[in-house]
Design a protein. Structure first.
Length: 459
């Protein structure tokens, strides 16, 4: 063979590989077959194909599905994509009737339908996994409404809160994530099939029937928009990215809390590893990986946004790059939710260490200022500066403010030399936590109320 012919053959093979998507979009085989069966039923109902051909098509497609799921189906690069691979095998099985399936549709609306079905299916799966994680967090919260932990701002000790309250903060983040997936599902539950290449079809199709058969609320409204729309894919990528950001924040706290410096929690041996050379170490590998995978899903979102930003109407081959990132982010999200739920479910909480940490940083300082405002009718700014003097006194005595005697407190500033001794009870850390009874606050009573509301919502 001449060298020119070899080069030509090599280039053709290279182009086939570059152009084809079948080796990754085969992930959509179930949605492709589901969409094709619905399309064939609609064609038969509209007398565009015969009932006999429709029955052959449906039986053939189900056989293809069985072959794929049993592993005997042969995926070939020359088939280019999942749609042609399935249709080619269908025609091999049933003959000419298989060629009638593509009447009144294009690969443009076909792939949009398959992909939309995939995104909708996965949104429901992710919602359920989010719900399971929230249940786990609420169960932890329910057991720790009286467990003190330093509440922080700027990663500095600020005010005493209870650990259940802290868990509810994350439960509320994941609740918003759940609602985002729910909202996206409703907004995007429209069927692209029947839009054809970009302008609809002259065949007498019934797009509402196709939408009904596939579980969509209605067909999409404009064929020109439909063939190039990937907003639904961008939305699931954004929703996953936001949820992974929340997962990463919780993972960061687990990493900090499990360090010797904090010692608040201990992770099960199933979800931590020892060092290869330092057997005394126990590394929080799982939350570190969860934190790291967040950057990965961010990349998938930015990638598709970049692909879509310069595309004219309607379909362009660029949108072949829409799927791999979504598949990857969905897989990452599903396993991340499962493993984080398991980590939290097996987490060992060091209650005594948490409570001991609350005696560092004068967490009840704000309570003194609030007391002076309410009881002595002081302007808050005046009370603030008096409290600074009391903090300085406590530091001088190497005590936490909550440990000061009434005499020591009165010596801190002349304006509180006659302060009532009841202030000592206000500075108690548990009393400080329980003083915050406002709706959404950290008191045990307020936390229990939030838990009840959350449990009702989860039902």
């Amino acid at each position: 063979m001449a060298s020119g012919q070899i080069l030509k053959n090599t280039n053709a093979k290279l182009l086939d590989e570059f152009n084809a998507s079948v080796m990754f979009d085969k992930e959509l085989y179930a949605q492709d077959i589901k969409g094709s069966i619905a399309h064939s039923k609609m064609l038969a109902l509209q007398d565009i194909i015969t009932v006999e051909d429709q029955e052959k098509i449906e039986a053939g497609l189900l056989q293809v599905k069985d072959e794929i799921e049993s592993g005997v189906f042969e995926w070939k690069i020359e088939h280019e994509d999942v749609h042609m691979a399935v249709e080619n095998r269908l025609t091999q099985i049933i003959g000419d009737a298989g060629g009638r399936l593509h009447t009144a549709r294009s690969r443009n609306d076909q792939v949009a339908t398959d992909f939309a079905l995939y995104v909708q299916d996965k949104s429901l799966v992710i919602k359920q996994k989010l719900k399971t994680l929230m249940k786990t967090l609420v169960n932890i919260a329910d057991k720790h409404t009286e467990t003190l932990i330093p509440g922080m701002t700027h990663l500095q000790h600020a005010q005493p809160i209870n650990f259940g309250f802290h868990m509810l903060a994350y439960a509320n983040m994941f609740k918003r994530d759940f609602e985002r997936f729910e909202s996206s599902y409703k907004r995007n539950n429209n069927c692209p099939l029947g839009s054809a290449a970009l302008a609809g079809t002259p065949h007498n199709i019934d797009r509402f029937k196709t939408a009904e058969l596939l579980g969509f609320d209605a067909p999409t409204a404009c064929a020109l928009d439909t063939s190039s729309n990937r907003d639904f894919a961008l939305e699931i990528l954004f929703n996953i990215s936001t949820s992974m950001m929340h997962i990463s924040r919780l993972s960061e706290e687990l990493i900090l809390w499990s360090s010797y410096e904090f010692g608040f929690v201990k992770m099960s041996d199933e979800y931590a590893t020892t060092s290869s050379i330092m057997p005394q170490k126990k590394n929080p590998d799982v939350p570190e990986l969860l934190r790291g995978k967040t950057g990965r899903v961010y990349g998938n979102l930015i990638s598709l946004l970049t692909v879509m930003k310069g595309l004219p109407l309607a379909y362009n081959k660029d949108t072949q790059e829409d799927k791999e990132g979504v598949f990857d982010s969905v897989k990452t999200m599903e396993i991340s939710l499962d493993i984080l739920t398991a980590v939290m479910d097996t987490l060992i909480i060091n209650v005594d260490t948490m409570e001991k940490a609350c005696k560092v940083g004068h967490l009840s300082a704000t309570d003194l200022a609030d007391y002076l405002v309410k009881k002595a009718n002081m302007p808050f700014r005046t009370a603030y500066y008096i409290t600074k003097d009391v903090v300085a006194m406590a530091n001088k005595l190497n005590k936490d403010m909550s440990e000061l005697t009434i005499e020591e407190l009165r010596d801190a500033n002349d304006e509180v030399k006659d302060i009532d001794k009841e202030i000592i009870s206000y500075l108690d850390l548990r009393n400080s936590m329980n003083a915050r009874t406002s709706f959404g606050g950290t008191s045990t009573a307020a936390t229990l109320y939030q838990i009840d509301i959350f449990k009702d919502w989860l039902k």
